[in-house]
Design a protein around this ligand. Structure first.
Ligand code: FAD
Length: 275
C-alpha cells in the first residue's frame, strides 16, 4: 500500500505478531534521518496510515520508536491492536512493503541527571516506551516498571534491567492514580513517569503533585490515548478556539509554573464540559 500526499515515508521491512496485543513493524527509509529525533528513550513520531477506503490519515497517530537507528534508516514500532482505530486496524493487516507517512518527532521523558531510581507506570499503549526507557537506563539506575493490563492480556517481553510488576485493570477501566498512591518511593532523587489513557493520566498527575507532593521535576506524565477519542475530536473540531482560549487563560494564571498551567487548563476544560 502506498501513501500519497508527498509526505516523507517509511517502508515496512518486517512484520512480527508479538502477541494478541502487539504487532511489531520494522521500518526502513531515509526519512528517519530527516526527522531530527530527540534521542530520548520515549521518543515518538507521528505516523500517517493509509485508510482502508483509500487516501491517508492526515491527522496522524503518535507511536514510540521502540528501537531506532536513524542513520541506518531503521526503526521499530510496536502497535497495540485495540478495538477500532486507523492505527490498530493498519497493524492487523500490516505487510512487508507497506508504506506509511511520517511527519514529526518529540519526547516527554525528562529524568533528572542525578536520579538514582525511576518508576515507570503505564497501560498497554505506554509499554513500548517504558520498555525502551528501562532498556536504555544508565548502569546502576534502579528501575521499576508497573504495567497495568486486563487479566487476559499477555505481558510483552520486559527488559531484564527492570523489576516488573503487573497490576490488574478491569476491562474498559484504568486506575493509574491508585497505582501512584500505592507507590513506595525509594530515597534520594528519582523520577516517576506515567503514560496511559488521558483521564487516567490526569488523575495520576494530580495524585503525584497534590497527594504525594512531588515537585514537577520529579515526574513526567503523558496521555497516550483517549477513551472517547471520536467524541473528543468532534468537540475539538467544533470549537478549537475554546481550547485555545482555555490554554491562554491557564498560561496567564499559571505563569512559569507549567504544572499549575496544566491544573488550570484541565479545570477550565472541565468547567466548559470539553473534557
Ligand atoms: C507519545 C505517544 C507515544 C505512543 N506510542 C504508542 C506505541 O508505541 N504503541 C501504541 O500502540 N500506541 C502508542 N500510543 C498511543 C496511540 O497513539 C493511540 O492509542 C492512538 O489513538 C491509536 O490510534 P488508532 O487509530 O488506533 O485509534 P483512534 O482512531 O485514536 O481511536 C479509535 C478508538 O480506539 C480507542 N483507542 C485508542 N487507543 C486505544 C488504546 N491504546 N487502547 C484502547 N482503546 C484505544 C479510542 O478511544 C477510540 O474509541 C502513543 C501515544 C503517544 C501520545
Amino acid at each position: 500500500m502506498t501513501v500519497d500526499g508527498g509526505r516523507p515515508r517509511v517502508r515496512v521491512a518486517e512484520v512480527h505478531r508479538l502477541s494478541d496485543l502487539f504487532v511489531r513493524a520494522e521500518l526502513e527509509g531515509p526519512a528517519l534521518a530527516g526527522l531530527d529525533l530527540p534521542g530520548v528513550p520515549d521518543e515518538a513520531c507521528v505516523f500517517h496510515f493509509p485508510l482502508p477506503g483509500g487516501g491517508v490519515d492526515d491527522l496522524g497517530r503518535w507511536y514510540t520508536l521502540r528501537r531506532v537507528a536513524p542513520d541506518a534508516g531503521r526503526a521499530t514500532v510496536d502497535v497495540l491492536c485495540h478495538e477500532g482505530g486507523v492505527g490498530a486496524a493498519w497493524a492487523r493487516r500490516a505487510a512487508v512493503g507497506d508504506e506509511i507517512g511520517i511527519s514529526r518527532a518529540n519526547s516527554w521523558f525528562r529524568r533528572p541527571g542525578d536520579a538514582r531510581w525511576q518508576i515507570l507506570i503505564g497501560d498497554a499503549a505506554a509499554l513500548p516506551a517504558l520498555a525502551r526507557i528501562a532498556e536504555e537506563a544508565p548502569d546502576g539506575l534502579w528501575t521499576e516498571m508497573v504495567a497495568e493490563l486486563t487479566d487476559d492480556a499477555e505481558l510483552p517481553a520486559t527488559p531484564s534491567t527492570a523489576r516488573v510488576r503487573r497490576v490488574s485493570a478491569a476491562p474498559g477501566t484504568s486506575a493509574l492514580d491508585e497505582i501512584v498512591r500505592g507507590l513506595e518511593l525509594p530515597p534520594g532523587q528519582g523520577y516517576v513517569y506515567v503514560g496511559g489513557e488521558a483521564a487516567a493520566t490526569r488523575a495520576a498527575r494530580k495524585a503525584l503533585r497534590h497527594e504525594l507532593g512531588l515537585r514537577p521535576v520529579d515526574y513526567g506524565v503523558l496521555g497516550y490515548w483517549r477513551r472517547d477519542a471520536e467524541r473528543f475530536r468532534k468537540r475539538y473540531e467544533a470549537a478549537p478556539d475554546r481550547f485555545a482560549q482555555a490554554w491562554a487563560e491557564a498560561e496567564a494564571g499559571g505563569g512559569d509554573d507549567e504544572e499549575r498551567v496544566l491544573d488550570l487548563y484541565e479545570a477550565k476544560l472541565s468547567e466548559a464540559g470539553l473534557i
